[in-house]
Design a protein around this ligand. Structure first.
Ligand code: NZQ
Ligand code: ZN
Length: 384
């Protein structure tokens, strides 16, 4: 066994549990901020009471709030630019994101863009992000783990590019996670989040045949996510299953799960970003559920022992093919999309998706994927 050298840091403070949202106002005040941008999605937080809890807590501290609504799933650049302008005009001191990955990723983009001439230039790797507004988050849907990491993904809807940024200054200062607010999620959104979290583990897992500690953590997280999602299918209001799913999903992409994994592979994510760049109606996790089984079948020969270990330890299957079948059966049981046409995407679109996915440079770390490799993986998502 060869233990790789690594560096690890996660500075995000987490406050977790029932009735914790009321602590956001005092925490922001204690950090020295009196005027903030409150960033929200399409309105779910008005229906489930989260907005009221947040507003009450902010008002109790006399924190002035500038609200921007309307961040959509698979968030877009024009909304971020609009919010940057508002943040500058109103001269806010910090950002509070209330929502899931889309709202938090947009908030990170705004936080960085506040100090940049053109935020998209950072996504194009034309400049480094060295400064950002401080970010606080109240999480309402888990999966992306943006609440616990330094990454953000955004779609340039004009150029149809779904690309990412990452910087140490983009870690949230504080995240509040009350799992009970996720009980209002549509079932398929819960599943999409679970699938996204599993995908974050898989992107790292297959890179690290020798990294025993990280492999063991990743296997435990994958098994937990599957068990908790199964339990929530029976009872979506089960707090303990919700809480364990939320926490496991956060840990799946907060640095711990990728220690010594050479940065992970991330090509399945790259392919999915090609899908959701062209089809923004596809939830990221739903796209990954379709792509990852095909990716595993295609890549297993690169490093057979680690794929067999996954089959045995996570899926309790004798072969990789059986494990992939079990995985697809699980998605079907969860009523999630299994094949590319289930996402409303036609076979004839495969080439365009592959070209889009390849647009930022070569995908893959376990193996560098050619355009043909990406197309061949996508062909395995077509039901025989
Ligand atoms: O907009 P509202 O009305 O709030 O509705 C949202 C949205 O429609 C709804 N929702 C959220 N909390 C709810 C709720 N509905 C009822 N009850 C609640 N408690 O859920 C929908 C989806 O929200 P979204 O934020 O899009 O979901 P998710 O957290 O899965 O984020 C997905 C985005 O994160 C990116 C993805 O690419 C995608 O754009 N990712 C970010 C990563 C990161 N920052 O590290 C890594 C991931 O790989 C991923 O790429
Ligand atoms: Zn993801």
């Amino acid at each position: 066994m060869v233990m790789e050298n690594f560096s690890f840091q996660n500075p995000v403070k987490i406050i977790f549990g029932k009735n914790t949202i009321s602590r956001i106002g005092p925490k922001i005040k204690a950090a020295g901020f009196n005027k903030i941008l409150l960033l929200c999605g399409g309105g779910s937080i008005k229906k489930n009471g989260v907005y009221d809890q947040v507003s009450k807590s902010l008002n109790s501290q006399g924190i002035e709030t500038v609200e921007v609504w309307g961040v959509r799933p698979n968030p877009i650049l024009s909304k971020v630019r609009e919010a940057i302008q508002v943040a500058r005009e109103k001269n806010v001191q910090a950002i509070l994101a209330v929502g899931g990955g889309s709202v938090i990723d947009s908030a990170k983009s705004i936080a960085a863009g506040f100090y940049l001439d053109d935020v998209w230039a950072a996504f194009e790797d034309k400049l480094d992000i060295v400064r950002a507004l401080p970010l606080f988050t109240v999480l309402t849907v888990s999966g992306a783990a943006s609440e616990m990491n330094q990454w953000a993904v955004l779609t340039n809807e004009v150029e149809k590019k779904k690309w990412s940024i990452g910087a140490e200054v983009l870690f949230p200062v504080l995240t509040i996670i009350d799992p009970s607010v996720q009980m209002s999620l549509p079932w398929l959104q819960t599943v999409a989040g679970a699938m996204d979290a599993i995908a974050h583990l898989l992107e790292n897992y297959f890179m690290g045949a020798d990294q025993e500690t990280t492999l063991a953590i990743d296997e435990a997280l994958m098994r937990t996510i599957i068990r908790m999602t199964d339990a929530l299918q029976k009872n979506p209001k089960d707090y303990d299953s919700r809480a364990n799913l939320v926490w496991a999903a956060g840990l799946a992409h907060a640095g711990l799960s990728s220690v010594a994994m050479k940065g992970g592979d991330w090509s399945a994510h790259g392919i999915e970003h090609g899908v959701s760049a062209l089809h923004p109606e596809v939830a990221h996790g739903a796209g990954l559920g379709v792509i990852f089984p095909a990716w595993i079948l295609y890549q297993q020969k690169v490093n057979p022992p680690i794929f067999k270990r996954w089959a045995k330890n996570v899926m309790a299957a004798a072969t990789v093919a059986q494990a992939v079948n079990k995985f697809r059966a699980l998605l079907k049981k969860w009523q999630a999309p299994v094949w590319l046409p289930d996402l409303g995407i036609k076979k004839t679109e495969i080439k365009a998706i592959a070209q889009n996915a390849n647009g930022r440079g070569t995908l893959g770390n376990l193996k560098k994927l050619s355009l043909k490799d990406i197309q061949d993986i996508l062909k395995l998502t077509l039901k025989k």
